[in-house]
Design a protein around this ligand. Structure first.
Ligand SMILES: Cc1cc2nc3c(=O)[nH]c(=O)nc-3n(C[C@H](O)[C@H](O)[C@H](O)COP(=O)(O)OP(=O)(O)OC[C@H]3O[C@@H](n4cnc5c(N)ncnc54)[C@H](O)[C@@H]3O)c2cc1C
Length: 376
């Protein structure tokens, strides 16, 4: 029997497994498909919230912690696995942001590098941008990470760790509980999983739900109401014949992300269409229009690929991290919404701090399902 059973092998589940194993715990991770093929694969990999001052201090706290952790994590993963997650310190240029005063106040309060910039700076840095941008905000420290590679590196590293077992194509159907009479507490006794039509029971001392947009549905099998809902995001990929951009550029909620090999990602839509992951012509045209309005040369390039993913949406984008109310041995780490890649290392560390009763890396209260009235 494992000490910990983790449900969901996105970036959050894989990092929780890594953190637990680093503390010497025995872990089994169960993934219904293949690891890191859902939101963690579909995302853009900007290692910052977009317009970070618009988020609550709880998001800033996790993001700041994680931004410091990423360079070491990326270097260790490359060392351990030979897979480079390509953490690129490309900087983030926000054009025509309307709330400059709030941005500057947030930057001063949180000691972040964020500067107002003029056209001379903008076009000196990015000559291929469309003409006419008059002002911007520049965050030089922001990076982007190639999230599919991050996923592969994490999985590869865990697969060579004797403390960790990963079971893919294995779906958790339900969590069964009973009352521990001695302690009067409700506990999960086992978890029912299905693989290739065969149902099996798995046991663990503790269960950790890191099932992204599916976390609410899983916890509903325990009569726990977790307000995490799927929010679809569509993206496009271009492969221009030459390097057009070095910086992440953002305007009116739409962004371009340059990868090391000159690929350019364009994101993204925000759609409430339940668990539908289909792509649409409307999003293709809308995203393409936004991309060409930033970089006119893209009009000459064809779209290489379009895809969609399901973000785990939580109220105000603040994830739920901690023990599930009313059940002794179940924890959750879900609801990172648009920021799951940037928040992942800190979210994982905080959860493991809570589970192992270590000094928490950030104040755990804003994320605590109990104090946020998750109903169990
Ligand atoms: C278009 C788009 C752009 C984005 N851009 C960014 C960005 O630039 N920066 C950023 O920080 N974030 C970004 N995000 C958000 C980020 O991708 C997510 O917040 C993050 O990936 C969530 O990670 P996760 O591990 O919680 O979820 P997921 O990656 O979705 O993983 C959850 C896993 O749980 C598994 N699972 C579910 N139910 C079960 C079950 N019953 N049994 C077993 N396994 C189960 C799923 O198969 C899945 O693999 C973006 C997202 C999208 C869609």
């Amino acid at each position: 029997m494992s000490e910990f059973l983790i449900v969901g092998g996105g970036v959050i589940g894989l990092l929780v497994a890594r953190e637990l194993a680093a503390a010497g715990a025995k872990v089994m991770l169960v993934e219904q498909g293949s690891c890191c093929r859902e939101s963690s694969w579909a995302g853009g990999g900007i290692v910052s919230p977009l317009y970070p001052w618009r988020y609550s201090p709880a998001v800033t706290a996790l993001a700041s912690h994680a931004q410091q952790a990423y360079p070491r994590l990326a270097a260790h993963l490359l060392d351990e696995t030979g897979i480079d997650p390509e953490l690129e310190h490309s900087g983030l240029l926000m054009l025509n942001a309307k709330d400059e005063e709030e941005a500057l106040l947030w930057a001063a309060t949180n000691c972040k590098a964020l500067y107002p910039v003029e056209p001379a700076f903008i076009y000196d840095r990015e000559a291929a941008l469309a003409a006419g941008f008059r002002k911007g905000l520049w965050m030089p420290d922001i990076a982007n990470i190639r999230n599919p590679r991050l996923g592969r590196a994490l999985q590869s590293s865990l697969q060579s760790n004797p403390l960790v077992q990963i079971r893919e194509q294995t779906q958790v159907l339900a969590l069964q509980t009973n009352i521990d009479r001695g302690r009067g507490a409700r506990r999960v006794t086992h978890v029912s999983v299905v693989r290739e039509g065969v149902v099996e029971r798995l046991c663990a001392e503790h269960v950790i739900i890191t099932a992204g947009a599916w976390s609410g549905g899983l916890l509903a099998t325990l009569n726990v109401t977790l307000p995490v809902v799927p929010v679809k995001g569509q993206m496009l990929l271009f492969r221009p014949p030459r390097r057009l951009l070095d910086t992440i550029v953002l305007t009116d909620g739409r962004y371009l992300i340059p990868r090391r090999d000159n690929h350019l990602l364009v994101g993204s839509t925000l759609e409430h269409t339940a668990f539908d992951k289909s792509t649409t012509e409307e999003a293709l045209h809308g995203l393409r229009r936004s991309a060409e309005a930033l970089l006119p040369e893209l009009a000459e390039c064809r779209v290489e690929r379009q895809w969609a993913g399901l973000r785990p949406g939580a109220p105000d984008g603040v994830p739920f991290i901690g023990r599930v109310p009313g059940i002794d041995n179940v924890y959750v780490n879900a609801g990172q919404y648009r920021n799951g890649l940037v928040l992942a290392p800190a979210s994982a560390q905080l959860l493991v701090d809570i589970v192992l009763r270590r000094e928490p890396c950030v104040d755990p209260n804003p994320y605590d399902p109990v104090s946020r009235n998750v109903v169990g």
